[in-house]
Design a protein around this ligand. Structure first.
Ligand SMILES: NC(=O)c1ccc[n+]([C@@H]2O[C@H](COP(=O)([O-])OP(=O)(O)OC[C@H]3O[C@@H](n4cnc5c(N)ncnc54)[C@H](OP(=O)(O)O)[C@@H]3O)[C@@H](O)[C@H]2O)c1
Length: 283
């Protein structure tokens, strides 16, 4: 049962997944409060009307008190800042959430157990862990190379990924936050098919109407590329592990999106059509 009088606070709301949770909650008629450390930037790009933007920093729980006022559903991320350092403030955040009357929490899993996720699952407040596989939006990292030279340069090009549309993560989160029956669940969330990098490049080429070449990098070349892009050594180690040796759950489509939302999971071809302009040359 949904209750449209409830207010949902979404953290990470300016990010890839959080933005989609905000949109899905709004589409379902709920009141949404979007948290950011910098409200001036929440309007970019195209943050929808009808969202109350509030300032707060998960690393400074006291700053969340006004944002939590009247909130019944809370979506949390597990990290602090662009380096994805694990948040250590989970116990204080869940204490404040309980005091505010929050009665459902979703957590975007940050790749394994984290102190914040542990605090939520031990909080006594009904929780749902969202455990998506690779986001389709990661393909945006290829946009510059595709626009400039019609080329994708990646290691492990034959690896399979059951990557998920970030809008489908948002839809699962919105249901878990607003309807009964999802407490105590950890939802592995995938897309509907397992694709190689060649498959993805073909889908993007179809959507933009221009061919794309795939060039396979050695591991050493990939390290160089990721370092040049400013990735931390921790993130690089994680990428090498998951790309070089993708676990079965990362490459096996399962039915969570359809089961939870009642709608089929979106394909990468759909994602590519929605985002084709990012991969087109402007001149
Ligand atoms: N990329 C993938 O394929 C993939 C797959 C599975 C899981 N994940 C997980 O997804 C997460 C990343 O999600 P995303 O891509 O949606 O994030 P993102 O686009 O990088 O956005 C980061 C968000 O976190 C917020 N934030 C950071 N530190 C904060 C703090 N101290 N207090 C309040 N807000 C803070 C930022 O808000 P402001 O800057 O506006 O304050 C921003 O909205 C990671 O945990 C990652 O492990 C990623």
């Amino acid at each position: 049962m949904t209750n449209n009088a409830n207010v949902h606070l979404v953290t990470g709301a300016t990010g890839t997944v959080g933005r989609q949770i905000v949109l899905e909650l709004l589409n379902r008629g709920h009141s949404v409060r979007a948290l950011t450390r910098d409200p001036a930037k929440a309007g970019i790009p195209g943050f929808p009307d009808g969202v109350e933007v509030v300032r707060g920093d998960l690393a400074d729980p006291a700053s969340l008190v006004p944002a939590l006022e009247g909130v019944t559903g809370l979506h949390l991320i597990t990290f602090d800042g662009g380096g994805f350092a694990a948040l250590e403030t989970g116990p204080e955040i869940v204490r404040l959430a309980a005091a505010a009357g929050v009665h459902r929490i979703t957590v975007l899993n940050g790749g394994g157990d984290t102190p914040l996720q542990d605090a939520v699952t031990g909080s006594g407040i009904p929780w749902t862990v969202l455990m998506p596989v690779e986001f389709m939006a990661n393909a945006l990292a290829w946009a510059e190379g595709i626009r400039a030279e019609d080329t994708v340069r990646e290691p492990f090009v034959g690896r399979l990924s059951a990557m998920v549309h970030e809008g489908d993560i948002g839809a699962v989160a919105a249901v878990a936050l607003s309807e009964d029956g999802h407490g105590g669940q950890t939802y592995l969330i995938t897309g509907p098919e397992a694709l190689t990098i060649h498959d993805k490049a073909d889908a993007l080429a179809g959507a933009r109407g221009r061919k794309i070449e795939v060039v396979e990098l050695t591991e050493a070349q990939a390290l160089e590329q990721w370092r040049a892009a400013g990735q931390s050594e921790e993130v690089i180690g994680f990428l090498l592990e998951v790309y070089g040796n993708t676990p079965p759950e990362g490459r096996t489509p399962i039915g969570t999106v359809a089961e939870v939302t009642g709608r089929p999971a979106r394909t990468f071809a759909q994602w590519a059509a929605e985002n084709a302009d990012a991969f087109r040359r402007t001149a």
